[in-house]
Design a protein around this ligand. Structure first.
Ligand code: THU
Length: 135
């Protein structure tokens, strides 16, 4: 299978991630997060975190982003970035790396605090759908 990964314009993705910050609902942590991704068919999607009085129910920005992936046509994630309230690059939390892993396009890239990394680099030896095949 040949995969045509769309060219990644990181500046545009960063713009979308920073724009998403203004929608965050963070009365408890006061820590807004904005996330943006390029899909394998060239769409740009984004998401923000939404907290809850029952703290553990907080939805990370990546949750909204994955929901948006499905709401806008599905597909896979080719490139991803998230930012903190100052607009600086943020590493996705461990849970969200797992969330993103499920929908990674082959070779998915993430802009991280240590540069561009692949999904496999930020979540090595991941558990995923492949483990459940044939069950
Ligand atoms: N948060 C995210 O939205 N994504 C991450 O990858 C890290 C953490 C949010 C959850 C919570 O609303 C706030 O950041 C502080 O933990």
């Amino acid at each position: 299978m040949t995969t045509q990964t769309p060219a990644v314009n990181w500046d545009v993705l960063l713009e979308h991630a920073r724009a998403a910050l203004s929608h965050a609902y963070v009365p408890y942590s006061k820590y807004p997060v904005g996330a943006a991704a390029l899909t394998d068919d060239g769409r740009i999607i984004s998401g923000c975190n939404v907290e809850n009085a029952s703290y553990g129910l907080t939805l990370c920005a990546e949750c909204a982003l994955v929901s948006s992936l499905h709401m806008t046509g599905g597909g896979l994630l080719a490139a991803f970035v998230c930012v903190d309230g100052a607009g600086e690059i943020l590493m996705p939390c461990g849970r969200c790396r797992q969330l993103l892993y499920e929908f990674r396009a082959p070779g998915m890239q993430l802009m991280t605090v240590s540069g561009i990394r692949t999904m496999d680099e930020v979540l090595p030896d991941a558990f995923g759908p492949q483990h459940l095949e044939g069950q």
